[in-house]
Design a binder for this molecule. Sequence first.
Ligand SMILES: [Zn+2]
Ligand SMILES: [Zn+2]
Length: 642
Amino acid sequence: MENRGAKPENVEIGLGKESFGVTNLQDHNIHTEPELGLDIMRHSAAHLLAAAVLELWPDAKFGIGPTIRDGFYYDFDLSFSLTPDLLEQIEKKMKELQKQRLPYEQSEVPIDEAIALMEEAGQSYKTELLHDLKTKGTTAVVKGLDDPNVFKTGMETVTLYRLGNFVDLCRGPHMEHSAQTGFFKLTSVSGAYWRGDEKNKQLQRIYGTSFETKADLKEYLARKEEAKKRDHRCLGEELKIFTFSEEIGAGLPLWLPNGTIIRHELEKLAMEEERKDGYQRVATPHLTKADLYYRSGHLPYYREDMYEPINIEGQEYFLKPMNCPHHHHIYSAEPRSYRDLPVRLAEYGTVYRFEQSGSLNGILRTRGFVQNDAHIYCTEDQAKDEFLRVMQLHERFYRLFGIKNFYMRLSLPDMDRLNKFVDDSESWTKALKIIKAAMEESGLPYVEAAGEAAFYGPKVDFQIESVMGTEYTMSTNQLDFLAAKRFNLEYVGSDGQKHPVYVIHRAPLGSHERFIAFLLEHYAGKMPVWLAPEQVSIIPIAERNYEYAKKIHDLLFSADVPTAFGGVRVQVNHSNESMQKRIRAATMKKIPYMLVVGDREQESGSVSVRTRSGVDLKSMPVEAFLERITKELKTRQDLPVE
Ligand SMILES: [Zn+2]
Ligand SMILES: [Zn+2]
C-alpha cells in the first residue's frame, strides 16, 4: 500500500521544534515498510539484473542498485539507449542466470585491492565510490550522517559479492543463490544523473520488481497499470480540472472552470453538513502580522515551513500557514458565556506552506491550499460529545464518497519526553481521556501510534484508502488545551468566573487540493453526477432536431435542482461530427449522461439516454429523465444503471 502525500497538511502548531519533528513522523507509514525477506530477495534480483547486463554487454559500467518501495533499480552507463525490446532481452538473460543457481559469493578484501580490481575492470563509478569509502568512510553525497552504517573515518576493507562474472561492492545481505530471486519483471527505464547531480553524467536506470509468487507479481502489474490510468495529474489535465503555469510558479495550481465546479460542490456539501452541526461561517485574510505568529508559536519554530515575510510600511507580515489563530481572534472578539458554547467557526481557508520544488506533486502537494477548516470552542464537559460529532461528520462524508476503508490513528505521547517538555502533563492526560472516550463511542476503527503525538494535545488522523488501495492522510483532528492560554480564550461560567475553553481543530475533507486529487484517483475521473463538471451532453441527430435539443437544454438548465450554481450542467453538442463521434467525445470527457435526440424523440417528447459506461437506458420522457437526475442530485448518490 502506498501512502500518497503523507505529509500532514492540517497539523497544528505546537510548543516548539520538538513537536514538529515528532508530528512529521507521520511521513513514515506502518503499512509501507517492506518486509525484510522480500527486500533481500529484491536486492538479490538487482544483482541478477546487473549480472545479466554484464553478460550481454561486457563494456557496461555500473552505478548503484538499491531496493525501493515496490522493487529495485540499477543504474548503468551504456553506449546506446535501452528500448523495451532490450529490456526483454535482459529479462531473458536474467532468467537464464536464475536457473543456474549461481551463488552470491562474499569476500572481504583490502580496499586498495578492491580499487585495483574495479580500475582494471574499467568500472569508474565503483572506483569513485571506493575512493570515497577509503577517504571518508561513506559514499553518501548529502545527508548520510544519520546513517548508522556511515563511518566517520576511512575504511580499510570492503565486502564484495560475486554473482557469476559480476562482482559488486555491497554490504549485503543476499539470498544464497540466483534461483531465489522470485518472479521478477523489469518495468521501465529512465535517465538518472550519477549521484543525483545534474552536473554528472546521465545514466540509464532500469526499474524492476520481484515477488515470491507469480500471482503476486501479476496482481502488482495489473494494479500499476490501473494506477497509471488514475494518476490525478493525467486526469486533471485530460478533464481540464487544473493546470500549472511556469509564469505563475510551481506548486501554485490554476483551477480551471471544471475544477472550480468540483470545489464549489464540495464546499456546498461541507456548508450544508456543517450547518446541520451548528457551525457558523467566517472569512479571514491571507496576510497577517508577524506578532500573531509569535503568539501562536508558529514563529520562530515553524519558520522553515513559512515563506519569507512581506514588509508593509515597516511591519513584517506573513502569508498564513494556518487559520487557527485567526479563528481564535474571532472567538475572543466578543465576551462569551457558557450559554454561547460550543462556538463552531468554519471556513474554507487558504494557507501557504513552504515546499521544496522537488517535493511538489500535482495538486497533491502544493505551496498553497484551501482547507476545509473549522475550530470548535467548548467547555471541558462538552469536549467529548463535540469530538464525537466531528468523527461522525467524517463518517458521513466517507460513506457518501464510498470510502469503505478508513481508520483513525490516535497519536500517543512518549510519556518520558512529555514530562520533560510539557509542564502540563495532567491536562494532556485529561485530553487524551476525552478523545479516547469519543473514539470508543464512535465505534469506528482506530489504531494507536505511540510516541508520535505533538505536545499541545492529542491528535487523531483519519487515514483513508482509495479503491486503488492508496492510503491518504486526509484529516487531522486535535483537542487543544493550550490555545486557550496563548490566546486568552475563555468563557464566563454559570459561577460567574472565567474558564478556559477547549479548542477542537478539524478538517474532514482535508484541502480541496488533496481531496480532489484523491477523488480523481478514487473515481478514475468518473465523478458522481452531483460532482461531475458537465452532467449532460445533448446530441441532436440531425440539424432539424437542434431546436428540440435546445428546448431540452433550457428545461434542464433552469431546472430546480440543488447544484452549486443552480440548474443541471448541460450542453448541446451540435458539431458536424457523426453521432458516434459525439458520443465518444462525451464519453472521453466522462460526462455521466448523453441524451440523443432525433425525430422519434422529438415527436414523442422523449430523450434516448446513454451513460458514460456505455449503458443504454433507452428512451424515456424528458420529465422522467429530469426526475432521475434530480433524485441523484438531491441525494448525491448515482442511481444504478442496468
Ligand atoms: Zn548487494
Ligand atoms: Zn486549527
